[in-house]
Ligand binder design. Sequence first.
Ligand SMILES: *Cc1c(COP(=O)(O)O)cnc(C)c1O
Length: 463
Amino acid sequence: MSRSAHPAGPRHADVLPEGHYTAPAEDLNALDPKVWARTVGRDADGVVTVGGIPVTQLAEEYGTPAYLLDEADFRERARAWRTAFGDDADVFYAGKAFLSRAVVRWLDEEGLNLDVCSGGELATALSAGMPAERIAFHGNNKSPEEIERAVRAGVGRIVLDSFQEIVRVAHIAQSLGKRQRVQIRITVGVEAHTHEFIATAHEDQKFGIPLAGGQAAEAVRRALKLDGLEVIGIHSHIGSQIFDMSGFEVAAHRVVGLLKDIRDEHGVELPEIDLGGGLGIAYTSDDDPREPHEIAKALTEIVTRECEAARLATPRISVEPGRAIVGPTAFTLYEVGTVKPLEGLRTYVSVDGGMSDNIRTALYDAEYSVALASRTSDAEPMLVRVVGKHCESGDIVVKDAFLPEDLAPGDLIAVPATGAYCRSMASNYNHALRPPVVAVRDGAARVVVRRETEEDLLRLDVG
Ligand SMILES: *Cc1c(COP(=O)(O)O)cnc(C)c1O
């Protein structure tokens, strides 16, 4: 297909080098521990291994593309978050980042709670045995059926997102003879992006009820009057891939301000606040994420300080990391199909997947890194763009990176930090078969989500 026949997509491949890439790493064979899962290394032959298994062996057994998930790393990161916050706070893993029944079991075993935001995610959580009281149900437009199912199952909390939903959930709970624990999601006018935040962001977005104009206070006023609801707290989520804690500081200040107003008006101190997720990870060596214990310390201090100033008892805090737990624990393994040097520009490396298994580059202009995985090489670095096999010029996996000049069809390359928002956002574009997720631990690999087959595709197409 020609480029001009397919101009579609929100972004076009900008084929001219922008001239501001970071220089190639000194050693292209090195695997920066910041961006790779913890058990990743190279064996004596130079082949990348995870959980002690060479990727060449995994490719042979499970095919490519495949998401390879380091189970030990996942468990360690989950445990680190839980330990960091201790018994005085709750960690909810945001299931939308990546959810499967195996993941639900790991979370359960490691003592984490779980956020879901659809009937499908709720079904997955329940079918893997997550106790309902440890599930929080989110979303800006939960259907009456989803709400009923969540209330019946006995989920620990439903996060209410609009005035209509306050009434809807109250009505459903009451008709089932239940009193549902709820938090109210508010927008505090803080928008955080990576290294900066905007404290006066206007609340022009679909989630939550604006603090501005007294709307959040009015929502609490209404919810407190309804018999079907037990209002347990306020929820705020300010963004994603955040490194700078000052956005949380402003958000906590504003949430605590609301708790104080509620106390003054209704004589009730709501016992919980949820500060959401959004903590950043390293996609490339340029990113410097914080450790869970630093984040826990900072958030706890911020909330404690704000509550002391407002003369409120410190509420129980919860946080909802998704990406920060699962993101770094997986990488995508691809096979190189073609290597196309464009004189004076860059070399296009086509792999056997693309925007169907990683939409983040096209959707968010996300940055990734890449490494030659099936061998090492001493060849000179060449500037590459790793692209997929889809009929879109915007089908880019890694925008700018360096790979060795002797890269050839048949080589395996790996893109790290694809554990979050890759499989969970995967599509069947061009009738691609979504790749499997293979969990690797202590020298053993097992499929936790299998590869789609053509039969899967045709089963949905009923003719
Ligand atoms: C997406 C989301 C999260 C998780 O975000 P990460 O960036 O993956 O940590 C947490 N809470 C809510 C309400 C979300 O919408």
